[in-house]
Ligand binder design. Structure first.
Ligand SMILES: [Zn+2]
Length: 235
């Protein structure tokens, strides 16, 4: 059901009252309605709750955000939930980002490199880290679930950890997941792959998630608690 610009997953059930839920990670709206209620009555009930629905959807966008990074030595940067100290090393030659041991993130740049350029180098490094891990676990999960995506991309997304278009079989994964514990990436991937079997967040969806990833609620709650990257996403 479509109400204005809102996409509603509607379920009719033998219940007394209408219930509306807004479900993470992508803020979809699930409505359970009594069997006897007309479509018009359901629409009216949803329209009345629009301010509440919008507030719920905004919660994601309003999660605490990290402060901006200055790309200077000593700053903390995160990869797979681990903290690394940034060490900026000026040198001639190729720009490079790499880990040293299990506590340092080294950024090799030529003298006078701008903050924006340094940020871009680190963002692209995160992107390659995420793509590598995703490629490694995607195959395995596609086999387990018995689905195949046609394409996947890693993107910066302001309000979603992931998204799926079941028609085109494309999934998008939020670049920020490279900073979170690996279970978070796995949860989002499984969630998006399950959408290829079930478009809506209904009971079937939940039981598929329970079957494939019994601990998914823990991973979801962990993700909800972690700060999102700061707002100023340029690349
Ligand atoms: Zn979903």
């Amino acid at each position: 059901m479509q109400v204005g610009s809102l996409d509603i997953a509607l379920q009719r059930k033998a219940i007394k009252n209408l219930h509306i839920k807004v479900i993470p990670p992508d803020g979809l709206i699930q409505v359970s309605a009594p069997n006897h209620l007309s479509d018009t009555a359901i629409r009216i009930a949803i329209v009345q709750r629009i301010p509440w629905i919008k507030r719920q959807q905004k919660d994601f966008a309003n999660q605490p955000r990290q402060s901006a990074r200055d790309m200077v030595s000593g700053e903390s940067h995160y990869l797979w939930g681990q903290r690394y100290r940034l060490e900026v090393i000026e040198r001639h030659g190729k720009h490079e980002v790499k880990l040293k041991g299990n506590s340092k993130l080294q950024l090799f740049v030529s003298a006078g490199t701008s903050k924006a350029r340094s940020e871009k180098l680190v963002v692209e490094w995160y992107r390659s880290q995420l793509k590598n891990r995703l490629a490694a676990i995607l195959e395995n999960w596609q086999k387990k679930i018995g689905v195949q995506v046609d394409d996947w991309t890693v993107r910066k997304m302001r309000t979603k950890w992931g998204s799926c278009n079941p028609q085109t079989k494309r999934i998008n994964i939020n670049l920020e997941l490279a900073k979170k514990p690996p279970e978070c990436l796995e949860y989002i991937l499984v969630h998006e792959l399950v959408h290829l079997l079930e478009r809506h967040h209904n009971e079937r969806f939940v039981s598929l998630m329970d079957g494939y990833l019994p601990n998914w609620r823990l991973h979801r709650d962990l993700l909800k608690k972690l700060p999102l990257g700061h707002d100023d996403w340029k690349y």
